[in-house]
Write a protein that binds this ligand. Sequence first.
Ligand code: ZN
Length: 298
Amino acid sequence: MNSEQRRFSKRSKLITALVVFFSLISAAVVYFYPRLKQASIFDKTNNREDSLPAIPANKIIPKKKDKTIYLTFDDGPCTGSRTVMNILKQEQIQGSFFIVGLHVCKSSSQKIIYNEMKKNNQFEIYNHSYSHALRNRFKYFYSQPKTVIHDFEQCEDSVPFSTKIIRLPGRNTWRMETVNFTDIRASKPAADSLFKHGFLPMGWDLEWHFTNHSQLVQSEETMLKEIDTCFARNNTRIGNHLILLTHDRTFERPEDSAKLHKFIKDLKSRNIYNFEVVSKYPLLPKDTIGIPKTHVIN
Ligand SMILES: [Zn+2]
């Protein structure tokens, strides 16, 4: 090999080495660049998250709502029912209305209120008798079980209900498969007869009392305390479920409806209560709801 051939050979080896070197560099770039880029983005994301202000723990972890309150309103429909419905709609809370057949049929304005109540899925309507114990003649009414049955059936005939849940006028009496409670012994035969006829009498755990002039007795603050006490002492028919009895007519006056509104807002703000209609009460049979609730009375 002459000197010129040796030079050519050296140059070829150098070129080959350079080609190999740059090929390795290119391969390394192709392999490592996406990974380095991803790592870089990840680091930036982490840094960005770290720089955000800390979210208060109570905003992240929802409190468990393990207590349920059933707001029940008796003796409607009446002017107070409309006030109650407006508050419940505003606060998006369900309500259970135990209505009196006679009150529905009594006036055209009360029929309109009934129809409004019936059409809104937020509310459920239950049978509270036709005559409200022959217009509050409680002792005589409950001494006549047949009259009692007839009165509740008359209410069903004039106002269709989607359930057999009823509330006895003036009596905190319960008849369900697993509950049998009578507050006034003289009404026991009537309550037993109602249950035999397929009705499900439901009472209450706590009452918002009213005076002879339909004015509220307890303040809304007192009611909140009474609810706390009931739950704390497990003083309800079943634990963590409280049925509250109120009356539509006690919320007719603006100052009283304001109390109801504040009471509901305060309950909601605690974020520990569910609000349900009484057809969801755990002790009821599963097939409690039957007939569609779209019927309108003319
Ligand atoms: Zn009543």
